[in-house]
Write a protein that binds this ligand. Structure first.
Ligand SMILES: CC(C)(COP(=O)(O)OP(=O)(O)OC[C@H]1O[C@@H](n2cnc3c(N)ncnc32)[C@H](O)[C@@H]1OP(=O)(O)O)[C@@H](O)C(=O)NCCC(=O)NCCS
Length: 184
């Protein structure tokens, strides 16, 4: 793959975003504010500024270079629209070789198998190119879409963490799951 393109899926390009993508990413979060609000932390108003996203993207590029996270954006093939995002963060090497996964898809593309397509490609990249052994993904019990998606991707349930993340202003229990690369 060339430039910042990590993978091409049937309907998307999976990229490490460039500063010039800041406007499109900001639009994604602005358009999906209510769709995402139940599943994400409370965002300050500056979260929706282009300048904030330019800075996030610069940080993201540095983190990608140093290997501490791989935060990817799935765009349409024309690169005029963000379809979804997937973030592999807290990468730890040594005897662990693991990371945490977070993701979302634009409300208008929900329920079409696109998030599956994006994550399937991204997970292959994380296992085969980045060389990690374990990807951990956690969801709130009522997030049935997330549960179904993770199951379809081959994540296995490992337990429940009480009061795990502060989502939409409240500490919430989460189901813990992970997918392990058994081939390495
Ligand atoms: C969680 C979330 C990413 C799931 O997205 P999604 O679109 O439901 O996931 P998928 O891409 O796997 O799509 C599955 C749907 O596509 C359908 N589908 C169509 N073609 C398909 C294909 N080739 N492969 C798989 N599914 C397909 C499935 O039947 C399913 O539809 P259904 O839910 O109506 O039964 C999305 O709901 C979201 O962004 N939520 C808000 C943020 C969030 O919760 N993030 C996760 C926090 S843990």
């Amino acid at each position: 793959m060339t430039g910042n393109i990590i993978a091409e899926t049937q309907q998307t390009l999976l990229v490490v975003p460039m500063v010039s993508d800041a406007k499109l990413i900001r639009e994604y979060y602005l358009n999906n504010k209510s769709h995402l609000s139940n599943w994400e932390p409370i965002r300050e108003s500056s979260y929706y500024d282009v300048k904030t996203w330019e800075e996030f993207i610069r940080e993201n590029e540095r983190a990608f270079e140093t290997g501490s996270s791989v935060k990817l954006v799935a765009m349409n093939k024309e690169r005029t629209e963000v379809i979804g995002v997937c973030n592999f963060s807290n990468i730890i090497r040594g005897v662990f070789q693991a990371c945490n996964l977070g993701y979302s898809i634009d409300q208008q593309y929900q329920g079409q198998g696109l998030m599956y397509e994006i994550l399937d490609a991204a997970i292959k990249y994380i296992f085969l190119d980045i060389g990690l052994h374990r990807i951990m993904a956690n969801y709130m019990p009522e997030n049935k879409r997330s549960e179904a998606l993770l199951e379809r991707l081959g994540f296995e349930r490992e337990g429940v963490a009480k009061s795990y993340l502060k989502i939409n202003g409240k500490w919430r229990d989460h189901i813990l799951t992970s997918k392990v690369n058994l081939k390495d």
